[in-house]
Design a protein around this ligand. Structure first.
Ligand SMILES: Cc1cc2nc3c(=O)[nH]c(=O)nc-3n(C[C@H](O)[C@H](O)[C@H](O)COP(=O)(O)OP(=O)(O)OC[C@H]3O[C@@H](n4cnc5c(N)ncnc54)[C@H](O)[C@@H]3O)c2cc1C
Length: 414
């Protein structure tokens, strides 16, 4: 693996400066360097240490990145557990996935990408971006000049926000919180599991993504229509929702020590599990805000990618594939400036057109988030059943993949 090194910039100016060294930033940097640009990636944290995500994406993406070794578990099925507020226990609807999905190790994937970037000459700078412009990025360790800059620093978009303070809209942020916990050795799960309905976190959903010996179990609160993302929104109660979720619907799918499931601990005690019991169990928590609507892809000459550009599907909160799709293109057009193929203004126009063509899909997914979030339990049941017949589900999943698939772009670039 590459050496973190001093983490300092070795020069005053780079052809391409990338803020953020996660999915979007690492891929953009590799592409720009492959086009012949000098590239610096700036992040305050060591690469691979800032996981916020459940880390599920398509198998094809991990294959195209040459990152099979990061895979923890492959999934061929999705299960939707309908959890109504009243009446019956959750009802599970299974859907056969038309293409493979996988949960992967965040650190492993990031280090694979970092190693590839370093081999192409990318420099990794440990600093926090505090603002700047397209040709000058300010950090807490000094200013770095740029031929062109890319903001891939997540939902806060520090570079784009410094230019346009209205870039981040808090009413367009969902919020997720997730626990990484051992799977029960006796009954490990498979498939991507979702819980939806007024009997669980709502409007939003819960999930359990098995990942080898562990499982990522989380809850997501949809952005409140017309509301903020502060305490008034459902995000304010995410921790108690997560505890209730771990204690209740999902308690058979995890174990505090990898032994028997959490649910089994309470059999015969006559007691329901309590929040205190969950709080005492060892678990790693992570999460954060997730944009649910597309933002401007180019702000004052800065190319925005991934969460910084709202490239995350509102309804599902899936953003890794999209981050990489836009990152490949942003890296290529930024690298093209260094190679003399076009100037910075033309690069912005090319990237803007690429993003604009995909804008309707992200807008549709935001609209679907609102639509589904307004359904009652009956409507949700009907919606989930309507999508279930194989030809319909196959068609919907094909559209869903097509909307942001980095695989054809990555295949062409490697
Ligand atoms: C709980 C949860 C579960 C999720 N599960 C999934 C999932 O299973 N599958 C999926 O596809 N999507 C999932 N998502 C969404 C997904 O995580 C994001 O869409 C994705 O991480 C976006 O990638 P990114 O590279 O744009 O941003 P990030 O992954 O957020 O990376 C931003 C990077 O920028 C750095 N940074 C931040 N501020 C600065 C600064 N000022 N200066 C320099 N660097 C900075 C950060 O340290 C980080 O390295 C989930 C999100 C959450 C919150």
């Amino acid at each position: 693996m590459v050496d973190e090194g001093a983490g300092r910039a070795s020069r005053d100016r780079y052809d391409v400066v990338v803020a953020g060294a996660s999915f979007a930033g690492l891929v953009a940097a590799i592409e720009a360097a492959a086009a012949g640009a000098t590239v610096a990636v700036i992040d305050p944290h060591a690469v691979g240490t800032g996981q916020t995500s459940a880390c599920a994406t398509t198998l094809a993406v991990l294959d195209a990145l040459g990152a099979r070794s990061a895979i923890q578990q492959v999934h061929r099925e999705m299960v939707v557990h309908l959890a109504p507020a009243h009446g019956t226990a959750p009802r599970a609807l299974a859907y056969r996935l038309p293409y493979g999905w996988a949960t992967f190790d965040y650190r492993d994937l990031c280090l694979i990408l970092k190693e590839r970037g370093a081999a192409a000459g990318v420099e990794f700078v440990r600093a926090r971006v505090t603002g700047g412009r397209a040709d000058e990025v300010r950090t807490d360790r000094g200013v770095i000049g740029a031929g062109i800059a890319i903001d891939a620093a997540g939902w806060r978009a520090p570079l784009a926000s410094a230019i346009d303070p209205a870039h981040v809209r808090r009413d367009q942020l969902s919020c997720g919180l997730e626990a990484e916990v051992p799977q029960p050795r006796t009954s490990p799960a498979s498939g991507l599991h979702f819980w939806a309905g007024h009997g669980t976190v709502w409007p939003g959903y819960g999930w359990a993504f098995p990942a080898g010996q562990t499982s990522r179990i989380g809850v997501l609160a949809f952005a409140k229509a017309g509301g903020g993302a502060g305490n008034a929104s459902p995000s304010g109660r995410l921790r108690s929702d997560l505890d209730a979720f771990l204690n209740g619907p999902v308690s058979a799918m995890w174990s505090p020590d990898g032994g028997e499931p959490w649910a089994a601990r309470h059999v015969g005690t006559g007691q329901a599990p309590t929040r205190t019991m969950v709080a005492g169990a060892p678990m790693h928590l992570h999460g954060g805000f997730i944009p649910c609507a597309p933002r401007r892809p180019v702000v004052g000459g800065v190319l925005c990618v991934g969460d910084a550009a709202g490239h995350c599907f509102g309804l599902t909160a899936e953003g890794i594939r999209a981050a990489m799709t836009f990152a490949v293109r942003a890296g290529q057009v930024a690298g093209g400036v260094a190679a003399g193929r076009w100037d910075a203004a033309e690069a912005c126009a090319i990237y803007g057109r690429f993003a604009g063509a995909r804008w309707p899909y992200f807008t549709l997914m935001r609209w679907l988030q609102r639509f589904v979030g307004a359904l009652g339990d009956g409507g949700l049941h009907a919606y989930a059943r309507a999508a279930r017949p194989w030809p319909i589900f196959h068609f919907l999943m094909a559209q869903y993949r097509w909307a942001a698939d980095p695989v054809p772009l990555l295949d062409r670039s490697t």
